[in-house]
Design a protein around this ligand. Structure first.
Ligand code: 13P
Ligand code: ZN
Ligand code: NA
Length: 283
């Protein structure tokens, strides 16, 4: 079952849980996410950055999406994460992707509005939901590097204007999260999130969830976060399992075996994050 992202996020918003969005890079990761979500009957989002689309290939990506539709009966949404090129987004919408993030958050406010609005106008007739970001995260996400000093948190009043002028379906907020792990103890501006929630009535998105304690993420879900993005912890689990297996079996050469431990390690992370999001038995 593939549902538009808007529908699954609106369900989460009305019931007070969040949909976990996992960044995937290959077939093993995608299948592990979907199988675990199916076991826990959780709706789930499969997120791909521009470099992942390049790595997998557009046609293979769409093929994986179509196969998922046939193989699982939970709400699944394939989502373009941190896409910056409007032309690439349009191509993938034409190919059938159901949910996109246009990330123009590095531009000034007016330019961000203009670019995001263009994507919303294009996506609407296709029934494709659009996420955009206001404010900046620190940390590194694939090709993106944002100097920590440039981090600007989302302004609640500006967020309200941004949402009404662009017509987006969900808003990624900058409240102190960062991509990757955190150097010290992560500190989130929960009061700011509460203020954003008061001004904005669409589902809010938390980027950079790897490295955040469960109870902190849950406090954000209580204040309007309906989608939680997880990338780094899944990558770490994959390589941990793989390393462990190769250490035990230095002569291993069959990927069907040496990926097994990677799958087991990823499964634990996926299950934990689904439980953290409160999305068990919502699918
Ligand atoms: P993490 O790598 O911190 O989990 O961030 C994921 C993310 O925000 C993907 O867009
Ligand atoms: Zn992100
Ligand atoms: Na993070």
């Amino acid at each position: 079952m593939i549902t538009s992202r808007s529908a699954i996020l609106l369900d989460a918003q009305s019931k007070g849980y969040a949909v976990p969005a996992f960044n995937i890079h290959n077939l093993e990761t995608m299948k592990t996410v979907l199988e675990t979500a199916q076991e826990l009957r959780s709706p789930v989002m499969i997120a791909v950055t521009p470099s992942t689309v390049r790595y997998i290939g557009q046609d293979f990506l769409i093929g994986m999406m179509e196969a998922s539709k046939k193989s699982y009966d939970i709400p699944i949404c394939f989502h373009l994460d941190h896409h910056e090129k409007v032309e690439d987004i349009k191509t993938l919408i034409q190919m059938g992707i159901s949910s996109v993030m246009i990330d123009a958050s590095h531009y000034d406010f007016e330019e961000n509005v203009r670019i995001v609005h263009e994507v919303v106008e294009y996506a609407a007739p296709f029934g494709v939901a659009v996420e955009a970001e206001l404010g900046r995260l620190s940390g590194i996400e694939d090709d993106l590097e944002v100097d920590e000093r440039d981090q600007i948190y989302t302004n609640p009043m500006q967020a309200q204007e941004f949402v009404s002028r662009t017509g987006i379906d969900s808003l990624a907020v900058a409240i102190g999260t960062a991509h990757g792990l955190y150097k010290g103890e992560p500190k989130l501006d929960i009061d700011r999130l509460a203020a954003i929630q008061r001004e904005v009535n669409i589902p809010l998105v938390l980027h950079g969830a790897s490295g955040l304690p469960d109870d902190l993420v849950q406090r954000t879900i209580e204040r309007g976060i309906c989608k939680v993005n997880i990338a780094t912890e899944l990558k770490m689990a994959f390589v941990k399992g793989l390393r462990g297996y190769l250490h035990e079996h230095p002569d291993a050469n069959d990927p069907r075996y040496y990926f097994q431990e990677a799958v087991i390690e990823m499964k634990k992370v996926v299950a934990d994050k689904i439980k953290m999001c409160g999305s068990v038995n919502r699918g």
